[in-house]
Design a protein around this ligand. Structure first.
Ligand SMILES: [Zn+2]
Length: 165
């Protein structure tokens, strides 16, 4: 069996339309470059073939896949803030980039703007509901306001706040 090695080169195609260079599996979004050590050539493959042909490198490929997912999510969230900025001049991105979440009040502003502009929010920013102050703000929302914010909470937050905890 030929020896393969992961080159630590990877690629996010954005759309799931790539083909694995080894097993011809289709519909891949991420590619990883695998080197045939004996014959000295490279192939772009899917992560399953990394697992199959270079199992000791699979951990690296997984880490790279997670990084690509994270980068993609950040880009989508950034898109939400760009839209907000275009529509209102408000810029929540610097504080979001710093803290990693919006306060419930910021999220409410964002949701109102998107509702009024009939814009989609495919990747909503994260909202903080851990701090008591933020929980109190969320509780103080009217039912309509909660109804705007709630659909964009995380699954864990939804489970906890479903009945207005
Ligand atoms: Zn494959």
């Amino acid at each position: 069996m030929p020896r393969y090695q992961y080159t630590n080169e990877y690629y996010d195609n954005g759309k799931a339309e790539l083909t694995c260079g080894l097993c011809s599996n289709t519909g891949l979004r991420y590619h990883f470059k695998l080197r045939n050590v004996d014959a000295q050539f490279d192939l772009w493959v899917g992560s399953e073939c990394i697992l199959k042909f270079a199992p000791k490198d699979y951990g690296n490929a997984e880490a790279h896949r997670k990084q690509m997912l994270k980068d993609d999510e950040e880009a989508s969230v950034f898109q939400v803030f760009s839209t907000l900025h275009r529509l209102t001049g408000l810029d929540f991105w610097p504080s979001y980039a710093r803290y990693g979440y919006l306060t419930p009040k910021q999220m409410l502003v964002l949701c109102r703007v998107f509702r009024d502009a009939e814009e989609d929010m495919p990747t909503p920013p994260k909202v903080c509901l851990r701090k008591q102050m933020h929980q109190a703000h969320y509780r103080s929302f009217t039912d309509t306001e909660k109804g705007l914010v709630f659909p964009h909470l995380s699954a864990t937050q939804k489970a906890r706040w479903m009945f207005g905890a």
